[in-house]
Design a protein around this ligand. Structure first.
Ligand SMILES: [Zn+2]
Length: 324
């Protein structure tokens, strides 16, 4: 009977050997922590479907930003919940909008923490869509002007990186142009290059209060069935001078992460979205899974699939485990 002389189990015999041949590593450096900044004072409201994640007023955001920095996590990404929403999302590009004030407060108290801002309209529009509505749909080109103004106002408030998540055509170039024209040529654009119209965003919409009042986002976010389209979207953003590419969501799209990693040389970001987080939390709460182990395996899987960085609500918990 034939038996191979190569035995893979030889390299799994003990933890030291396993450490020596381990191919993928999750590091605290890889993590980006999302935060929801709410208008008002003394607000710290846990999001029901996302245990441990809060809508918070600025003083609480700053306190948590300090904690994040002390854990060694290099960056946060900010989402805003304004006092008032309107049809054109005015708070999004107001010099004293919720996000602009939050950026300044974090930068004052925790200057070395990298502040990334989500650039989109859906948190600020009363209809909950990612841009200006014309004929019952989001109008691409008029939305670009507002997104550009929003990104510029974030840079002026001190943001280190701007991250457009709207999925309008041409937004990377629009942001790059306005930033360069105003002396912010050093500010990178992290593109949500490949963003699918996903049911995994459910809990986030509670958190950001951004559920569309009518219709859905399928005329601008991508069809979950499409892989080639992801390459076209990424190609387009590279041509428009994006500095990072992102795939969102991550867990059901690990093949897309690998595809982008193999085809592009920009840093690649995975967004481990709210629904992915909620599923782990809910199953762990029922004692159906070991929450910590599933969390670490999921994050490692995203790295193995090709992610260089992971935006994740697990960032603080993962950093604590990694820091030992
Ligand atoms: Zn949006």
């Amino acid at each position: 009977m034939y038996f191979p002389s190569y035995r893979p189990r030889r390299l799994r015999r003990n933890e030291n050997i396993r450490r020596m041949v381990r191919e993928t590593h999750l590091r605290v450096d890889d993590l980006i922590y999302p935060m929801f900044s709410a208008f008002g004072e003394n607000i710290k409201k846990e999001i029901v479907s996302m245990p441990g994640i809060y809508q918070q007023s600025i003083e609480h955001i700053v306190a948590e930003a300090k904690e994040v920095y002390e854990l060694g996590i290099p960056a946060v990404i900010l989402f805003g919940i304004p006092e008032e929403k309107d049809a054109v999302g005015s708070d999004a590009y107001c010099a004293n909008g919720i996000i602009q004030n939050t950026i300044r407060a974090i930068k004052k108290e925790v200057p070395k923490l990298t502040v990334i801002t989500d650039v989109c309209m859906c948190e600020y529009t009363d209809h909950g869509h990612c841009g200006i509505i014309k004929d019952n749909d989001v109008d691409n080109d008029s939305t670009l002007e507002l997104l550009a103004k929003e990104a510029l106002s974030h840079a002026q408030a001190g943001a280190d990186i701007v991250a457009p998540s709207d999925m309008m055509d041409g937004r990377i170039a629009a942001l790059r142009d306005i930033l360069d024209e105003n002396g912010f040529e050093h500010i990178p654009v992290m593109s949500y290059a490949v963003k699918y119209a996903s049911a995994y965003y459910g809990p986030f919409r509670d958190a950001a209060e951004s559920t569309p009042a009518f219709g859905d986002r399928r005329t601008y976010q991508m069809d979950p069935a499409n892989r080639m389209e992801a390459l076209r979207e990424a190609n387009q953003d590279v041509a428009e001078a994006a500095d990072f590419l992102m795939v969102k969501p991550a867990l059901a799209y690990l093949d897309v992460l690998r595809e982008l990693k193999d085809n592009f040389d920009l840093p690649l970001v995975a967004y481990n979205v709210s629904g992915e987080y909620s599923m782990v939390k809910a199953a762990a709460e029922k004692d159906w899974i070991d929450g910590d182990r599933v969390m670490m395996e999921t994050l490692l899987g995203m790295k193995r699939a090709g992610a260089d960085l992971i935006i994740t609500y697990h960032a603080k918990e993962a950093a604590k485990l990694l820091n030992g």
